[in-house]
Design a protein around this ligand. Structure first.
Ligand SMILES: NC(=O)c1ccc[n+]([C@@H]2O[C@H](COP(=O)([O-])OP(=O)(O)OC[C@H]3O[C@@H](n4cnc5c(N)ncnc54)[C@H](O)[C@@H]3O)[C@@H](O)[C@H]2O)c1
Length: 442
């Protein structure tokens, strides 16, 4: 049994009395909801971000994610529970610091861990004994110890004694109202049992359940397993798309029937491709690390290739569809409905819709888009604005393609007034089961 030290006791007392000050590095899709959750639980939050516009917006009560309301930001800022800041010195007053910076891929599709390293260096400059540091960004196994512990530890400052360090993967699903942050169990892996203990207590203030695991590596790999599981299963159903089409079988009907099995099957649905900051990227962190230890993750590579081919597959089907009506993509007016990478969010990062727009435009299609969550996108070096859905505009379009099935779209209007509809998400099934005629499924 480890000896409870004074720093642990002090931190535990502060968390229990809600006097612990919590710092968040990176106020994006992940960091902002966590900041607000802790502030609403009564903790004083310092949100540090190097994007000055973001800080300015937050200070005036403007949220940049659909999962946090402007009113929540206003309330937390006005009660002095949330301080958005671009000044890292404020982090030196924090008892716990949570890192939520991006972990993208570099040009050669390898992990770009520079933001995590940068955050660790910031913490080192503002370090105080007794601080708890938690990394939430998705990383390859080993990052917490190899990057953060290595940066913060010295001969005189030891983890588990002078500071506490954990990895706790962020598992939120932006736009998912059924599973808000509180309802998603938090996996926590500390570098020592004391680290896991203090971090567990902290997160118990904002989530219903914490799942302690034996090390940061286990927690890091847990997140990568979850998203690898998703990418592989999505790849599997996407591979079945063209087979089902050739056999004249509605794949969604097959999946719906298969999911009636009460065990051993979990439904995944086909679609126009994978986007966002997670599913398409995280498994590559794992396969990169696997290569370093002499292993190859064949499933990941195969799924990545199948999923990456889906935008081209959609374009091919659209071009065949127009052809069947005696039209070419060239000079056809094509409306893309939904450009966010998934439903009910405004995030367009890596969205397959952008690639579909680009490919059809290269073929000479006259492209426009509608998305209730996205006002403008950068397209062909220009800014393209979302068009209002009207009867007139739908009738003018040669083809409408549903790419992202947002909940608040007027599907009846689309169904009634589009000349031709390509539904890459089976979104119309809710109003017209197994629709035929002018609606064609992926
Ligand atoms: N978005 C999701 O749905 C989601 C879900 C689970 C996990 N994740 C993971 O969480 C992490 C963050 O993702 P995100 O979507 O919130 O990213 P984001 O790009 O929305 O936000 C990151 C923020 O960090 C800031 N930042 C970058 N470097 C910084 C630094 N050194 N100091 C201070 N601020 C800095 C950026 O300005 C930005 O505001 C990633 O690892 C991602 O894979 C994301």
């Amino acid at each position: 049994m480890e000896r409870t030290n004074q720093l642990e006791k002090r931190l535990i007392a502060k968390i229990k009395s809600q006097k612990a000050k919590v710092g968040i590095i990176g106020l994006g899709y992940v960091g902002l909801p966590i900041a607000i959750a802790f502030a609403k639980a009564g903790f004083q939050i310092t949100g540090f971000d190097r994007d000055h516009q973001k800080i300015k917006n937050l200070r005036t009560g403007v949220s940049h994610t659909g999962d946090v309301l402007n009113s929540e930001v206003v309330e937390c800022v006005s009660k002095n529970l949330f301080l958005p800041t671009g000044d890292e010195h404020n982090l030196s007053k924090c008892d716990a610091i949570i890192i939520c910076v991006p972990t993208p891929l570099n040009k050669t599709k390898e992990p770009d861990i520079s933001f995590v390293l940068n955050a660790a260096q910031t913490i080192k400059r503002q370090f105080q004994k007794g601080q708890l540091v938690v990394l939430e960004s998705t990383v390859y196994p080993g990052t917490t110890e190899e990057i953060i512990q290595a940066e913060l530890e010295t001969n005189r400052i030891r983890v588990g004694k002078d500071f506490f360090l954990c990895f706790s993967p962020e598992r939120i699903d932006p736009g998912n109202r059924e599973y808000p942050l509180r309802k998603i169990p938090k996996v926590i892996g500390g570098t020592t049992p004391v680290c896991t203990r203090v971090a567990s207590l902290l997160y118990q203030q904002i989530v219903d359940q914490v799942i302690p695991v034996s090390s940061p590596r286990v927690a890091e790999m847990t997140k990568l397993l979850e998203n690898t599981f998703r990418i592989v299963n999505i790849g599997l159903v996407n591979e079945l798309v063209s087979v089902a089409d050739r056999l004249g079988i509605n794949l969604w009907e097959v999946i719906d029937a298969a999911k009636s099995k009460p065990f051993g099957f979990m439904p995944f649905y086909p679609g126009p491709g994978i986007g966002g900051h997670c599913i398409g990227i995280d498994p590559l962190y794992l396969s990169w690390k696997a290569r370093l230890v002499g292993s190859e993750l064949r499933f990941v590579e195969l799924a990545r290739r199948i999923n990456a081919s889906m935008p081209s597959y959609v374009v091919r089907r659209i071009s065949e569809l127009l052809n069947s009506k005696g039209k070419a993509v060239k000079h056809s007016k094509i409306l893309v409905v939904g450009v966010a990478y998934k439903k009910d969010v405004s995030d367009v990062r890596e969205s397959p819709a952008i690639e579909i727009l680009e490919q059809l435009s290269k073929l000479g299609g006259e492209m426009s888009f509608h998305d209730p969550h996205v006002r403008t996108i950068q397209f062909n070096g220009e800014r393209l604005s979302s068009q209002a859905l009207t009867v007139k505009m739908l009738k003018r379009c040669d083809l409408v393609v549903i790419v992202t099935p947002h909940s608040n779209l007027d599907y009846r209007l689309l169904l009634q007034h589009s000349q031709l509809l390509f539904d890459s998400r089976n979104a119309l099934s809710r109003i017209a089961k197994h629709s035929r005629g002018k609606v064609v499924l992926l």
